[in-house]
Design a protein around this ligand. Sequence first.
Ligand code: ADP
Ligand code: ZN
Length: 286
Amino acid sequence: MYGGIEAGGTKFICAVSNEGVIVERVSIPTTTPEKTLKQVFDFFDQYELEALGIGSFGPIGIDKNADNYGYVLATPKPGWGNYNFLGSIQERYGIPMAWTTDVNAAAYGELLKGAAQGKKSCIYLTVGTGIGAGVVLEGDIFSGLAHPEMGHIWVKRHPEDTYEGTCPYHKDCLEGLAAGPSIEARTGIKGQELPQDHPIWDIQAYYIAQALINYTLTLAPEKIILGGGVMNQDHLLHKIRQQFVELMGGYMETPQVDEYIVRWGLPNESGIIGSLLLAEKEHGKQ
Ligand code: ADP
Ligand code: ZN
């Protein structure tokens, strides 16, 4: 049996799988590390796990040789900043553990069981409260110095957009201009309540399409998968594809855009399924 944790800023999804099938899952509110982990332990204590996979909100320390490996780094969530998350779980269970970001776990889940099945590479981009992306290349999660932070890239400003941006670090980076809170800050209306013909959606599509062009030009993934609350707008997906083709200007050849830029294949489950698959992979390495 394998365990998986999709650790989000508002909730933790914990699940146990047996022979590739999820046998049990729970959702636990993210409060303080102590309170949340108590419930996590109560759940996993019921099982004999062979390995555990964790996809965590970030930023997180992923360099095995660094002192902060396994830590949640700078986060405004009370109690979680500079917290040894992986260490606390390892202390309890002492089994092999995979440790990565929530979006990397989601990209891995989508590659093996979702929209990128049969491929060796994909990018998973979530557009929600923030913007983040996970990258799988050659079947493995990609990392270098740290995990990439592809939500904070620079984009060219839309000529009709004067909004300053919500990112506390950069103001008008991609996340600052196109994450869910920027929609509400510009219009006073939450994205889910905004009419489809509102001009904001063209601005949104312009920014997200630029990001996808940058990722395509830099990494050339075989598939780009879009998830997150804001992407529940089907018309936005359509606009993003149109802008992608237009702004790319035919420079780089990609698969047909409807097949290249797609919605998630595992709605709301990419992260937890990916975490379980990473546990299995980690177990296989032992
Ligand atoms: P989180 O990022 O916190 O995990 P979500 O992915 O649901 O959660 O993102 C929440 C953000 O997405 C909020 O800014 C919300 O207004 C926006 N949002 C949620 N649903 C929709 C929708 N159907 N259309 C547009 N925006 C949405
Ligand atoms: Zn930023």
